[in-house]
Design a protein. Structure first.
Length: 124
């Protein structure tokens, strides 16, 4: 089971792909690109910069929101069961996560409600 869909290496490409899969973001990118390429005159330079800055700000806000959510999911996990008898705290599992199959993940919130989330057959 993978608790985070991003790594250091695939964060930017994967997130940009997810951003531009949405039609509104892709449309805004196309309109900004066309606007900048056609009207590249010194008098419109501020307007073009403003459009690009707005687009950049919206993308970075969404990207940082996804990164924060992914980060919070990992820190909500308290302990991980690696096999039927082998239960470890998450801080000790950090090095093992890339090589083992996680069978059960219990979060602090779920422990309070006496519920357990089962994940079978997934590899990290």
């Amino acid at each position: 089971m993978k608790l985070s869909k991003y790594t250091v290496w695939n964060f930017l490409p994967k997130n940009l792909f997810e951003q531009f899969r949405r039609i509104a973001n892709f449309y805004f990118l196309c309109m900004t690109t066309i606007s900048v390429s056609i009207n590249f005159l010194p008098k419109n330079l501020f307007e073009q910069f403003r459009r690009i800055a707005i687009f950049y700000f919206l993308c970075m806000t969404t990207i940082s929101r996804y990164k924060r959510q992914s980060h919070l999911v990992w820190f909500s996990v308290d302990e991980v069961r690696l096999s039927k008898t082998n239960k470890r705290k998450t801080d000790k599992v950090m090095r093992l996560v890339t090589t083992v199959t996680l069978q059960k993940v219990t979060t602090r919130h779920q422990r309070q409600n006496q519920k357990t989330y089962y994940e079978t057959g997934t590899k990290t």
